[in-house]
Design a protein around this ligand. Structure first.
Ligand code: SAM
Length: 209
């Protein structure tokens, strides 16, 4: 782990060029759709949306989806997609949760894919989610299972080497969520430092308010 903030602005232009990343996000979207019934009346927040890979997977099925991110470069890529496809149900919001950013609005569903390991303090973020999630709304968090620090070669801005599902579920419970369930959403194999490759798994934790 490294205290340096990762430069996501620099990564933005080529973010979508990795087929394995696109595949992973599609698997996460499919897992979310398997846990929560997506409806045309739903307002959704995608926290740590990046270039909107997950946002764009969900948008056809919901009323409105807002992508929140602390990288303007990533949001610019998402904004270009919105413009190209002439979408009026996708919005972007620049916000750094670690610089006193306060999430606003009210949502039926909050999703977050592969972002939690970049957030130092998980509890305050969960508390903010609790404040903006409507009663009976759903929270869906997808991230890496504990990975011994092997997933990221570049450890800038990586504050968690994946998560223990039970511990994260405990934090979610403490923040006031209920009906917590967890499943494996995706698996991917990638080369690791020192040679060879390893399979990593991504969980989806779903809960209700
Ligand atoms: C690994 S990327 C995942 C992006 C996207 N969800 C995906 O799966 O392609 C993590 C994202 O979290 C954002 N992020 C990191 N720290 C953040 C913070 N403090 N507040 C808001 N967003 C943050 C980054 O800018 C980046 O776009």
């Amino acid at each position: 782990m490294n205290g340096e903030k990762r430069n996501f602005d620099k990564a933005a232009a080529s973010w979508d060029a990795k087929p394995e990343r696109v595949r992973l996000v599609k698997d996460i979207a499919q897992a979310i759709a398997g846990e929560v019934t997506l409806t045309p009346s739903m307002d959704v927040l995608d926290f740590g949306c990046g270039t909107g890979l997950l946002t764009m997977q969900l948008q056809p099925f919901v009323h409105c989806i807002t992508g929140v991110d602390s990288s303007q470069g990533m949001l610019d890529v998402l904004q270009a997609k919105i413009k190209d496809q002439n979408l009026d149900n996708v919005k972007t919001c620049y916000l750094d949760i670690e610089k006193n950013g306060v999430l606003e609005g009210s949502y039926n569903l909050i999703v977050s894919g592969m972002t939690f390991h970049h957030i130092r303090e998980i509890k305050p973020l969960l508390n903010q989610f609790s404040n903006i999630l409507l009663p009976a709304g759903h929270l869906c968090i997808a991230d890496l299972d504990a990975d011994d620090g092997q997933f990221h070669e570049n450890k800038d801005g990586v504050f968690h080497s994946g998560f223990d599902r039970e511990k994260l579920a405990g934090l979610i419970r403490e923040a006031g969520f209920r009906d917590i369930r967890c499943r494996t959403a995706a698996k991917l194999t990638k080369p690791v430092h020192g040679g060879g490759s390893r399979e990593f798994t991504v969980f989806l934790l779903t809960s209700c308010r």
